[in-house]
Design a protein around this ligand. Structure first.
Ligand code: CP
Ligand code: NVA
Length: 315
């Protein structure tokens, strides 16, 4: 039997830090049970009759499909709301949108540019709001990624995640999650691309209690030493298209190649949130190598988000 849906204190999931470490582990345990049972053909209609609205200001493959399929598998319904197809795109306020949608829906997932938009939506909505990526954070990605590691090593002992690339939304959420779970985390990136100061301070403060070692450096060899997981993401995130040529120059040295992978711990796994710009931040040889677990990560978005949806939406 699957057991009780984990209880969480937060109404919304805007950052991984909205969960406690214990809640995060409970979500992982529940994810594992639901995933195992799904593979045995069992169904979980925990969100029957419930509807999730999905607001997208930016494009998406994984987030859109995994949330939509998650709601379907849970017996509920998902509504795709492109920003330009709703009045939000014509200037209706975020607050009014939140208050109105709260009268129809049981939850909202939002992918938007400014993190402040997701915060404002959550403040004004009486229903749970889930961050499906902002310029600042990508909590569902980080939770799926650490669940992917959890599946391989339940207590995360002796794991080190090295992120080579931009200190962006994905890197910031990974750094905070690593700090919470006591996993060592190193980021190698060029000057000017480090994570935001307030996020770094938060990560260091959390790490001082969990015992995780956080390293921020420009030195790739130092970051990847002893790494059991090597992670990268695009150099040009959604919304940064105008900076593309400068970024390509600045990040040129930070491409993940076999030479870099060989500097990590033996049999180090390769991670990427996808979509990848093959040949840019990562070579085909690395992303297609037997050490790559990028498809497990993508699949686990579905399973983890199902547990998150249940924890937030089942009363
Ligand atoms: N990793 C991720 O969020 O992918 P999409 O942009 O396709 O949703
Ligand atoms: N950092 C990337 C992640 C895409 C899933 C972006 O924001 O575009």
């Amino acid at each position: 039997m699957i057991g009780k849906i984990p209880k969480v204190k937060t109404k919304d999931l805007l950052s991984v830090t909205d969960f406690s470490k214990e809640e995060m582990i409970a979500i992982f345990e529940y994810t594992k049970k639901m995933k195992d049972e799904l593979n045995q053909g069992k169904t979980h209609n925990f969100l029957e009759g419930k509807t999730l609205g999905m607001i997208f200001e930016k494009t998406s493959t994984r987030t859109r499909v995994s949330f939509e399929v998650a709601m379907f598998q849970l017996g509920g319904y998902a509504l795709f709301l492109s920003r330009d197809d709703i009045q939000l795109g014509r200037g209706e306020t975020v607050g009014d949108t939140a208050r109105v949608l709260s009268r129809y829906l049981d939850g909202i997932m939002i992918r938007c540019y400014a993190h402040a938009t997701a915060l404002e939506l959550a403040e004004n909505a009486t229903i749970p709001v889930i961050n499906g990526l902002t310029d600042t954070f990508h909590p569902c990605q980080a939770l799926a990624d650490f669940y992917t590691i959890y599946e391989r090593n339940k207590n995360f002992k002796n794991e080190k995640l090295a992120f080579v690339g931009d200190g962006n939304n994905v890197a910031q959420s990974l750094m905070l999650t690593a700090a919470m779970l006591g996993v060592n985390f190193a980021l190698a990136c060029p000057k000017g691309y480090y994570p935001a100061k307030n996020v770094v301070e938060m990560a260091f403060s959390i790490a001082s209690k969990s015992g995780s070692v956080i390293t921020l450096t420009g030195d790739i060899a130092m970051a990847v030493e002893q790494a059991t997981y090597l992670y990268t993401d695009v150099w040009v995130s959604m919304g940064q298209e105008k900076e593309a040529s400068r970024r390509r120059k600045d990040f040129a040295k930070y491409k993940i190649t076999m030479k870099i992978l060989d500097k990590c711990a033996p049999n180090c796994k390769v991670m990427h949130c996808l979509p990848a710009h093959r040949g840019e931040e990562i070579t085909d040889e690395v992303i297609d190598s037997p050490q790559s677990i990028v498809l497990d990560q993508a699949e686990n978005r579905l399973h983890v988000q199902k547990a998150i949806l249940c924890a937030l939406m089942v009363k």
